[in-house]
Design a protein around this ligand. Sequence first.
Ligand SMILES: Nc1ncnc2c1ncn2[C@@H]1O[C@H](COP(=O)(O)OP(=O)(O)O)[C@@H](O)[C@H]1O
Ligand SMILES: [Mg+2]
Length: 254
Amino acid sequence: MEPRPVVIAVCGKGGVGKTSLSALIVRSLTRDPARRVLAVDADPAVGLAYALGLTPPKTVDQIRQELIQTLGQDAPGDPAELLRRLDYDLFAALAERDNLAFLAIGRPEGHGCFCQVNQLLRQLIGDLAGRFDAVVIDGEAGLEQIQRRVMEMVTHLLVVSDGSLKSRRVAATLHHMSASLPGLAAAGVLFNKLTPGEVPEILNANPLPLIHVLHEIPAIRDFDRRGRSFFDLPWSAEMAKLEGAVLHFLNPRP
Ligand SMILES: Nc1ncnc2c1ncn2[C@@H]1O[C@H](COP(=O)(O)OP(=O)(O)O)[C@@H](O)[C@H]1O
Ligand SMILES: [Mg+2]
C-alpha cells in the first residue's frame, strides 16, 4: 500500500458526465476487495448517491448546521470535546458497503462564519481521507467548492469534457489551475459522450494530456434516468477499456 491515498478529483463543466464517471471509477477501484475506497460527493445536489446505490445518513453541511445551532444555545464547549463530537458525527455520516465508504458534503461552507467548526471539519475530512487507499471526489463544476484540505490532497485531476467548445474551454482552465495543487501527480482530460464522427476533430484540437475517449453509451443514460446503481451496469468492452485507461492514469507503467 502507498503511504498516502490516491486522491482523484473528477471535475469539468456541468452535465459532461462527472457523476457518472465518478461512479464508474469507484466501481472499478472497489473491484479489488483489498482496496479501501472513499467516494466524496462535493456536489450540493447529492447525485452520486443514486449512481452508487448508497445514501449517506447526513451531509457534512447538516453536521455543521446542527453543531452551529447547538453552539448558539450553549456556551462553546472545550475544543477537545468539539473535536470528539465532530469526529463521531463524521463517521456517523458515512454510508458504507464492503470496501466502499461514501461521504456527501452537501452545501459548501459559507464565508466567514464559525471558522472553528469549518476548520475542524476540514481537518477531520483530511484525516478521514488518509485512512483510505483511494478517494474519488465528484467535484461539481469547479474546484473551489471542494474542501480545501481535501483539495490539497488531490493527486490526480481527471477533467471531463464533452465535445462542446464550452466544456473544452472549462477543461483547459481547470487543467491550468491544477498547476497550483501541491500534491498533484497527474492531470488529464477524459472526453465523454463523443460520437465516433466527432473524435478526430476533437482530438486534433485537444492540447491536454488525454486519458480516454468514452462514447455515448445508452445504458449510462438509461441507468441515470432510472436512478439505478452503476454497480449494476452491464460489463462491456467499453467499460473494460475505461477501467484500463483510468488505472493506467492512476498508475502509469512504462
Ligand atoms: N458516456 C455516456 N453516454 C451516455 N450518456 C451519458 C454518458 N455520460 C453521461 N451521460 C449522461 O449525461 C447526463 C449528465 O451526466 P452526469 O454524470 O450527471 O454529469 P455531471 O455530473 O457532470 O453534471 C446524464 O443524463 C448522464 O446519464
Ligand atoms: Mg454531477
